[in-house]
Design a protein around this ligand. Sequence first.
Ligand code: PMM
Length: 307
Amino acid sequence: MSTLRGRVAGLPDWDRCAVMGVVNVTPDSFSDGGEWFDTELAVKHGLDLVAQGADIVDVGGESTRPGAARVDEAEELRRVVPVVRELASAGVVVSVDTMRAAVAEQAVEAGAWLVNDVSGGLADPAMVPVVAAHHVPFVVMHWRGQSIDMNNRAVYADVVGEVVDELAASVERAVAGGVDPERIVIDPGLGFAKEAGHDLALVAQLNRLRALGRPLLVAASRKRFLGRVLAGGEGAAPPPARERDAATAAVSAIVAREGAWAVRVHEVRASADAVRVARAVEGAVAGSAGASGAGRVSGTATTTGTK
Ligand code: PMM
């Protein structure tokens, strides 16, 4: 099996690309800002995502859209921890999307299974020690600095090579700080200090990330590069973020087929189907069509008479 998939210690083995559904408890995320900015609504949304096929629910309380200013720690805790607690107590595999060690720690104590840090441990020096002490899986994303001015850092001679090298350094730092390498997931950080061409190059050359030897998470959902692709021409207006879900599912199918460990998406249903189709195709290649994990998720009963 591809090393882009592999097993992550401390998490279930889904035997196909997993689907991580996003719950942003924020008033200002680029993709769904404000929709779930209430504990009860956020919890309900997380449970809906699971019913639609999410394997993991990623709860975040701070927008990282380009130009975003930081939210303070007390407010981030207030947004995130109650949502994590309720989802985890309902049996959901919850991930916490945070750059702050204190938020990661309290979320893990409230039941989060993994820590998703878009800074890969760079933003808060206490993050790696917290993740190491709690023995939780850790998503290490490629990151070149805070969102407020990250677009200025989208300068590369060889974007894939530089992302691989910089991610390798973050992984090494985490391991040196005591994080179990078997619990690390890597992420190229689409849209973070990257322009559309950089994101497309990374999706096109995921196989070069195999050099890092760790499972790969891809988070293309609703991002600007998809807006650029769908706009169809230089200077044409991109469709709004919520109209990029079909394009997101297309990326899910592509990267699942490339062996990605998981995709992180806002609209789960289509990507849940995409990863199952990719798995079935993989099974057919291996001579075992009807592979496990190929069935549709509950609540999306197959209709008859369609092709
Ligand atoms: N992108 C966003 C937020 N969290 N986490 C990971 N691991 N990778 C990403 O690319 C990523 C992320 C951007 O904001 P969104 O929640 O609106 O998608």
